[in-house]
Ligand binder design. Structure first.
Ligand code: MTE
Length: 319
């Protein structure tokens, strides 16, 4: 287990009152020795993930650090109240329909300004022997939020191994678009496939996570299996799910939301209580499971770690 100095963004599983299910799972895993089995499997990477899946156990991971006393959003809300438009625009649609998505086998195309382009298996991008847990606030543009214990690796570890060239200034990500398994694709709500992008320094920031699990388990399909981004200081839609392509590019890439409503969704989409969405205020948010609204924090509370990325930029223009 890695014990590191606490950072404000490293919320702790231990500090918060753990969800019963979460706690049970860990206890059960220990009791049955499955955690040990998964641990051995992890060192046998790339068989690790398949072994973990086969025994139906959780993933083996180290604590990413500790920090806040914020309570985690219950597992049933994290996995039952979702945005994943490829399965429908209703909040309950992803949990209902995402089971139809095949995630094994899965391959990810790596293209563009990069030393090691190619087609990769998830196991070749994500080092399953180095998974960490990070409890992050996720603030949706629709003015609700959750606190979720994610499991994954810092995106910068993946990018470093892929080796972007000096011309790579941005990274674009793309989601699977398979109409036979994703019923929402029959409606052109967005310009499919779903795309998102980050500036390379945002992608390399230690906060940016490539998640493969949550609450100690392999990522459920509705949350973006088998791998999805988590960019905690940006509105939730930047955290693209079920990634099948990573493209290193010189110019700012397009995104699904920019194409659909450029005046409502900017490229940066940093959480900012001072910049309203054209149709509603972003000053407050409802934490799922709570009744009273709370104040939205600049950069979703991660200003100390990321404000420097935007020094000198007008964040009202670059929203
Ligand atoms: N990724 C894809 N491919 N399609 C989507 O519709 N929705 C985004 C983001 N990633 C979305 C997506 C939005 S709006 C949010 S708030 C988060 O996923 C929700 O993540 P969660 O359901 O795991 O909480």
């Amino acid at each position: 287990m890695l014990i590191k100095n606490r950072k404000s963004w490293e919320l702790s599983g231990r500090d918060a009152t753990p969800q019963a299910l979460y706690q049970d799972r860990r206890t059960i895993l220990k009791g049955m020795g499955l955690a040990g089995l998964a641990g051995i499997a992890a060192s046998l990477h790339p068989l690790a993930r398949r072994a973990a899946l086969a025994v139906g156990s959780g993933l083996t991971y180290a604590d990413g650090g500790h920090g806040t006393d914020e309570e985690k959003t219950p597992y049933r809300d994290v996995t039952g109240y979702n945005n994943y438009y490829e399965f429908g625009t209703g909040k309950l649609d992803p949990a209902r329909y995402a089971g139809a998505m095949t995630t094994e086998p899965w391959s990810v195309k790596v293209e563009g300004e990069v030393e090691n382009p190619g087609t990769y298996a998830v196991e070749d991008l994500v080092d399953f022997s180095k998974l960490i847990e990070r409890v992050y606030r996720l603030r949706c543009v629709e003015a609700w939020s959750m606190v979720i214990p994610w499991i994954g690796v810092p995106l910068k570890d993946i990018i470093t191994r892929l080796g972007p060239t000096s011309r790579a200034k941005f990274v674009q990500f793309e989601t699977l678009a398979r109409p036979s398994e994703m019923r929402g694709l029959s409606r052109r709500v967005l310009d499919w496939p779903y795309k998102e992008g980050l500036r390379i320094d945002e992608a390399m920031n230690p906060l940016t996570l490539m998640a493969v699990g949550l609450y100690g388990e392999v990522l459920p399909n509705q949350n973006g299996a088998p791998m999805r981004l988590v960019v905690p200081w940006k509105y939730g839609f930047k955290s693209i799910k079920s990634i099948v392509a990573i493209r290193f590019v010189e110019k700012q890439p397009t995104t699904a939301w920019l194409r659909s409503a450029p005046r409502e969704y900017g490229f940066y989409s940093n959480v900012n209580p001072d910049v309203d969405h054209p149709r509603w205020s972003q000053r407050r948010e409802r934490r799922i499971g709570e009744f009273l609204k709370r104040k939205t924090l600049m950069f979703n509370g991660y200003a100390e770690e990321v404000a420097h990325l935007y020094a000198g930029m007008d964040l009202k223009k670059n929203f």
